[in-house]
Design a protein. Structure first.
Ligand SMILES: Nc1ncnc2c1ncn2[C@@H]1O[C@H](COP(=O)(O)OP(=O)(O)O)[C@@H](O)[C@H]1O
Ligand SMILES: [Mg+2]
Lengths: 227, 214, 264
């Protein structure tokens, strides 16, 4: 067997590849903040909310965590289409990602909140802080600091998961790859290149998120401790 | 039933069967390859350590659908027309072994250092120490996260849909295309996935609680 | 009376406190009982703390000292009797704990500083959030209270950069920043090495001399004897013996005699 590798497609399709990268990273960055907010809200609801909120959050978290993302995406995208609600593939992808990553973030943040020593809450209460003030100024920063590495991993996984969004014709990087291979019949080379690009994007995202931590956790920066 | 014919439901369940088959393939393959990865990651041999580390980083930095495609097209450049099951099975093996290897490395290293030293006092060889002292303890620690990862395996087999593997996701998509009842069809699919995954999630949590209590 | 004569201070709280009549004590326990499930921990406590007074609670571990202290700022709810703190009846259910805690500070054995905030932020968090003071005022306030505990130069440090004794002094400053009428100290030196204990005790001593009203649980007998106006020996959930510091030199009950014998 002899196989001639041919990577010449890279030149021809560079603009498409860039567009795919742009779309993949775009989906990721747009989803991070709302996904984190949703997850944190759910964690708080599950820890401190009234029983019905706790139950609702549990159902949401367990439902999402025990079913594949792709089924959630299909459910949402084709479901909205049947309901005659016109949502483009990109917004649909972002909505699905936010709902999905929110459930995972909820579990991570719940662990973060629970790992805070009880003395911290007592101290905040004894200083006459309201529960909401204690949550916002005392608990949330400490919880985020404690679970930050897990959050970073979660968001990197989310970025990798955007690769199925071409299934609902959001032409992100993997979708672009499919298009290129269908024209060039160079599937192996195309996906090798795409794999390398994802690898680079994963590194980039990780570094960016860790960089954000360096800026937003002054204590760690000052003390030089790594996260 | 639910507006679907018995045949359509049976079709979906046939897909579910293949999801389980692929999950088992992924777990067995992932275990066979993941064990050496874990040992190499935990070993003090520089070369092995680096190599296994690079493998884990590589797999964990590439989306599983892309791994599926690479394997699928990689095999077919030899001129072979492989069944999607084989390509998906290999991809799931690569994927699972990287994550399981990393999980198990953590378990091996979580066994306290003093245990190694205790083994030393008993004049055991390195291998004996590992097999009789470290491994049994590491295994105990490894059960909850391994069961937890099984859930990931089952969910992630759904990505094999990109290379046309006939599984639960694929069959649901086909039925949806012919019935235009996405809520019904994908809710049924989701419920089947949930029925497989949730008990394992709950079990993993139970194991974990038992472990932390002891 | 001696409480008023002791006041020679500039702290606002003490001036405010001194204007209260001595007829109404800041804290009054009347037959206070407290149980955790089946276990009765306080079995009828009667105690008064007057403005400007320093009361030391001593006794064996498990005798109910912390519980008594924690009832005063509402961390524990009493089951029976009457407990009045800064003019509020804690035994009737609808007392506003947040209002109460603006008047009653507490310092814990384990400091409980907020690790993600600088010393200055630790000290000013509550005044800013609760009293809604501005940034400039907060900075001045931090300067004042940190000077009181001798840590003016540590304002920009994080708690983990400080020694245990310094952290505990920051915790005291954090309490002072709320301008409380009363501060509770629960074994604040028990987690400290002997050489660090002294610096914290000196701060408390200084606060006492400035007229701050304080209730403190302590195992430092010499300190209790020299600083406290009233020493309370608790035993099995009851006040077993009470008196001035000299009581420790001349115990009336065998229990206190034995306790002091071990303690000194
Ligand atoms: N939250 C609680 N729940 C149950 N029992 C408690 C609680 N807090 C204290 N106790 C019990 O009450 C008794 C008195 O405790 P404490 O007031 O802390 O004593 P001290 O401070 O004098 O050592 C002890 O037996 C302790 O175990
Ligand atoms: Mg105590």
């Amino acid at each position: 067997m002899s196989y001639e590798f041919d990577f010449s497609f890279i030149n021809d399709y560079m603009p498409d590849i860039w567009y795919g990268i742009w779309l993949s990273l775009g989906m990721t960055f747009v989803s991070i903040v709302p996904g984190f907010a949703l997850g944190t809200g759910c964690a708080i609801g599950r820890l401190y909310g009234p029983p019905w909120v706790q139950r609702l959050v549990t159902i949401y978290v367990e439902g999402i965590r025990n079913t594949p993302l792709i089924i959630q995406v299909f459910w949402l995208f084709f479901g909205l289409a049947v309901l005659q609600i016109r949502v483009g593939p990109f917004p649909a992808a972002v909505i699905a990602l936010v709902i999905n990553v929110g459930a995972y973030t909820a579990e991570i943040m719940r662990a973060g909140f629970q790992s805070i020593p009880k003395g911290q809450l007592e101290a905040a209460a004894c200083l006459a802080l309201k529960p909401s003030q204690s949550l916002w100024s005392v608990q949330l920063p400490q919880a985020v600091e404690r679970v930050y590495p897990a959050l970073v991993s979660q968001f990197v996984l989310m970025m990798l998961a955007t690769s199925i969004m071409s299934q609902i014709s959001a032409e992100e990087l993997t979708g672009v790859a499919y298009m290129i291979q269908s024209f060039t019949f160079r599937g192996f080379e195309v996906y090798l290149v795409i794999a390398a690009i994802y690898l680079a994007m994963a590194c980039l995202l990780r570094l960016t998120l860790l960089g954000i931590a360096q800026v937003s956790f002054p204590r760690k920066r000052r003390l030089g401790t790594s996260l | 039933m639910f507006g679907l014919t018995i045949e359509q439901l049976a079709f979906i369940f046939r897909g579910a069967g293949w999801t389980i088959v692929l999950s088992l393939l992924g777990f067995v393959g992932g275990t066979l390859l993941g064990l050496p990865v874990a040992l190499a990651r935990a070993s003090h041999n520089r070369g092995l350590n680096w190599l296994s580390g690079a493998f884990v980083q590589l797999i964990q930095g590439i989306p599983l659908p892309v791994i599926m495609f690479v394997v699928y097209f990689g095999i077919s450049i030899g001129g072979y027309d492989v069944p999607a099951l084989v390509a998906a099975g290999i991809a799931m093996t690569l994927y699972s072994s990287a994550y399981l290897g990393e999980i198990w490395r953590g378990c091996i290293q979580a066994v306290p250092k003093t245990q190694w030293e205790a083994g030393e006092c008993l004049a055991l060889t390195n291998t004996q120490r590992f097999v009789y002292v470290i491994l049994p303890q590491a295994l105990r620690i490894a059960v909850p996260p391994t069961v937890g990862f099984l859930v990931q395996i089952v969910k992630n087999t759904s990505y094999a849909v990109v290379i046309g593997f006939f599984d639960l996701t694929y069959s649901a998509k086909v039925i949806n295309n012919s019935t235009f009842m996405p809520f019904t069809v994908f809710t049924i699919a989701a419920l089947i996935y949930f029925a497989i995954c949730f008990p394992m999630s709950a079990l993993a949590r139970r194991f974990e609680r038992r472990l932390t209590r002891s | 009376m001696n409480a008023t004569s002791k006041i020679n201070t500039t702290t606002a709280s003490a001036i405010e406190a001194s204007s209260m009549t001595n007829a109404t004590p800041l804290v009054r326990f009347e037959g206070v009982r407290k149980s955790f499930g089946e276990l009765e921990v306080l079995k009828g406590i009667d105690l008064e703390v007057k403005t400007g007074e320093v009361v030391a609670l001593i006794g064996r571990s498990g005798s109910g000292k912390s519980t008594a202290l924690r009832c005063v700022n509402g961390l524990e709810r009493i089951n029976a009797g009457k407990l009045t703190v800064c003019g509020r009846d804690l035994h009737n259910g609808n007392v506003d704990l947040r209002e109460l805690r603006q008047d009653v500070g507490i310092v814990f054995q384990s400091y409980n500083l907020f690790p993600h905030l600088t010393v200055e932020q630790n000290v000013t968090l509550a005044p800013r959030k609760v009293h809604k003071i501005g940034a400039a005022e907060a900075r001045t306030l931090a300067g004042e209270v940190l000077a009181q505990v001798g840590l003016s130069d540590k304002a920009q440090n994080y708690p983990e950069q400080l020694s245990g004794g310094q952290q505990q002094r920051v915790a005291i400053a954090r309490s002072l920043a709320m301008r409380p009428k009363l501060i509770l100290f629960d074994e604040v030196t028990s987690a400290l090495d002997p050489e660090l204990t002294g610096e914290v005790l000196r701060v408390i001593e200084k606060l006492a001399s400035e007229g701050m009203t304080m209730m403190l649980v302590t195992h430092e007998m010499a300190f209790a004897r020299s600083v406290a106006d009233q020493v309370v020996f608790m035993h099995h959930g009851k006040i077993w013996e009470t008196g001035t510091g000299d009581m420790l030199a001349n115990p009336q009950t065998p229990e206190l005699r034995q306790f002091v014998g071990n303690g000194l």
